[in-house]
Design a protein around this ligand. Sequence first.
Ligand code: CP
Length: 341
Amino acid sequence: MTTSPKPTKQKENEQQRIDQRLNTSLSQPQLNNDGKLRHFIGVEGLNKAQLQAIIAKAESYFDAQGKLTNSNELAGCTVMNLFFENSTRTRTTFEVAEKRLGANVLNLDIATSSTKKGESLRDTLWNLEAMTADIFVIRHSASGSAHFMATEVTPDIAIINGGDGWHAHPTQGMLDMLTIHREAKRPFEELSVCILGDIKHSRVARSDLNALKTLGVPDIRVCAPLTLLPKGIERYGVTVYDKADEAIKDCDVIMGLRIQNERIGSPLLASSNEYFKNYGITSQRLALAKPDAIVMHPGPMNRGIEMALPSAWRCCLWQWKGKGLISKQNPKALISKLVNQ
Ligand code: CP
């Protein structure tokens, strides 16, 4: 009588990869076949109830006095932060949030890692995976990198996209939706929202536009020089304005975006001064918005180019840091509950 050899861990992992591929859609690897989140790669493809659930989960971290609470939801869970591209806010708020949720946290120092010796993203990933990680948070300059990782990892690992190229920045997007939910004076279904700036090169803009549309915002406006608007922007259901004064008029929410100089190959602006004159967010311009409007900017900010505002005037930008903490921890907590359900 012969017995089959015991499967090795490597073979088990390979089988899990195959099973995972069969159990998810290639176009939407963040969802299981039953529609539940197992990664968080982008806002697009999620429905209104799913976005509302993320906002509600984020709200649950505030106590009755509006202060952030800690929990041990990620106790025993190992989170690896893999930032292949520069970051201040996202990397630090993820780390703080992971610790507040009780996770074991490892920050890979990319500058001194073997990626500098030519190791591929896939090999880096597979080696870290073998060290029993539960969640990878990734930022990478290549659009699609988070999607790629989600199709490569074993099913017991969740990928959270901390920004991939021009494509998406979903935790920033949900942070912005949480901020609007808490700070705007009307529900999403009654808002006028204006996004000004470099929409073409902005992953934040793509995530925000998808989320605003899905959450039912009826009046979404974008305003930028033609060179900073992506072709086909209308498919997001937005109205394009070329004059900032008209775009801002009667809006509830005004968001400025940075000129993404690192992603712009050739000069797309005649001059920064001219840009500020035509598109900069100023107190004078905001006088055209609703009297209770809020002003947002995801950071980093080029002061004097996108915005020039007296501090704290009708502005939630300076409250952003605290809110960033809670919204950016939220998807991880949510995913930790959803993975493998
Ligand atoms: N808003 C944002 O993603 O900032 P960082 O690039 O500093 O993470």
